[in-house]
Design a protein around this ligand. Structure first.
Ligand SMILES: [Zn+2]
Ligand SMILES: [Zn+2]
Length: 390
């Protein structure tokens, strides 16, 4: 098909520049919200390629939207480009960022007079605050009809699901005294935290299998001979279903309130971070992506993965049909967020896969834009899956 040839040729033409951009982002790792180098590099390139660019969308300095094309069905590719403190690109967002750019530029080259629009949406700060949550709230995805991105990993999975997620901080305040001379005068904030952990551990037996609760003691006193007057714990609470998650959150908060009463301390509860929704993967789109990736010579053998995380793409998937396939860049088990995984994200093999994925996302976009029936099927599946998730 001539249009698919146009996608392939465009990527052959742009290959070196795209890989150079991904390498440059790798070599200049920037933390979430401060990805000025990456955002400038990508938006500058997209402007050169004829895209209309809006910077700072949703009130986020390093977010952007770059669009090309005509009225009609609107395909959006999400680009991430934030790095981890100390580790750099240990989550491979240099690959995610440029795969989205590659897909957008290649799909734009195949549009000709076909109705349809393609956008690359720069979604920063995924690791820390999840900028997509803000961008969804700001309405950035309201006019996007189908959204896509990929994530590199060490296994393949294209019907990716994720858990809804909430972050909580519990701060206990007590009364400090000498721990040996007059302990009876003290109220121990650390005991409040420890009792919270114990009660949550007792609660686990009565929760559904998909619930995950994990926490740390982030403040636990200053010296063993002083009764701590302040202690804090941070928890992440996850479940498949946002409504059930709310029930679990209330039970976890009740555990902390019980600890407050038992220890005579006072408790401050804050929701830190932003709630992530569970990902609803659009199966129609995911199957087309897997088929398109096969056409580029890379086989995604397994539709379902093991282990569930949470992601801000989950919030996008509630307002527009979305996919977030995981594609292996190694056949060894090397966990993300490590120096070892970071090294892999700068390998020739990883850049090769990034371009294959970019091509597959462009082909997926093209197949959707040229087929109105397929567009209807995707939108129907989306509205049914949203209805059944409430
Ligand atoms: Zn990560
Ligand atoms: Zn990531």
């Amino acid at each position: 098909m001539a249009e698919l040839k146009a996608i392939e040729e465009k990527l052959r033409e742009e290959k070196n520049t795209l890989v150079e951009m991904a390498r440059a982002i790798y070599k200049n790792p920037e933390p979430g919200g401060k990805e000025f180098f990456a955002a400038d590099l990508i938006t500058g390139y997209l402007e050169e390629k004829g895209f209309k660019v809006w910077r700072g969308i949703g009130g986020l300095k390093t977010a952007f939207m770059a669009s090309y094309g005509n009225e009609g069905f609107h395909i959006g590719y999400c680009s991430e480009y934030d790095a981890l403190p100390e580790i750099g690109h240990g989550c491979g967002h240099n690959l995610i960022g440029i795969a989205g750019v590659a897909a957008g530029v290649a799909l734009a080259a195949s549009l000709n007079d076909m109705p349809g629009q393609v956008s690359i949406i720069g979604t920063p700060n995924e690791e820390d605050e999840g900028a997509k949550v803000y961008l969804v709230k700001a309405g950035v995805f309201d006019h996007v009809d189908a959204a896509m991105m990929f994530h590199p990993g060490c296994s393949n999975c294209y019907h990716v699901e994720s858990l809804a997620c909430r972050d909580y901080r519990f701060v206990f305040k007590g009364h400090s005294v000498h721990a040996s001379t007059e302990p009876w005068e003290g109220r121990n904030a650390l005991d409040g935290v420890i009792q919270t952990f114990n009660s949550i551990n007792a609660l686990r037996q009565h929760l559904k299998d998909d619930v995950r609760i994990h926490g740390i003691i982030s403040e636990g006193g200053l010296a063993p001979n002083v009764i701590p007057d302040r202690a804090a714990a941070d928890f992440i609470i996850r479940a498949r279903d946002s409504y059930y998650l709310q029930e679990v959150v209330e039970k976890v908060v009740a555990c902390a309130r019980g600890a407050e009463a038992a220890t005579g301390t006072t408790l401050e509860v804050t929701e830190s971070g932003h709630p992530y929704d569970a990902m609803i993967s659009n199966k129609t789109m995911a199957d087309i992506f897997a088929e398109s990736l096969r056409e580029t010579g890379y086989n995604l053998e397994s539709p379902h993965g093991t282990g569930l995380d949470s992601m801000d793409m989950g919030n996008v998937s509630r307002v527009t049909p979305s996919i977030h396939p995981m594609v292996a860049i190694t056949n060894q088990w090397i966990p993300g967020h490590t120096h070892e995984f970071s090294t892999l994200c700068n390998s020739d093999e990883a850049y090769h896969i990034m371009l294959n994925v970019g091509q597959a996302m462009a082909i997926t976009g093209h197949k959707i834009l040229k087929d109105r029936e397929l567009q209807k099927t995707i939108l129907k599946e989306f509205s049914e899956s949203i209805k059944s998730s409430f």
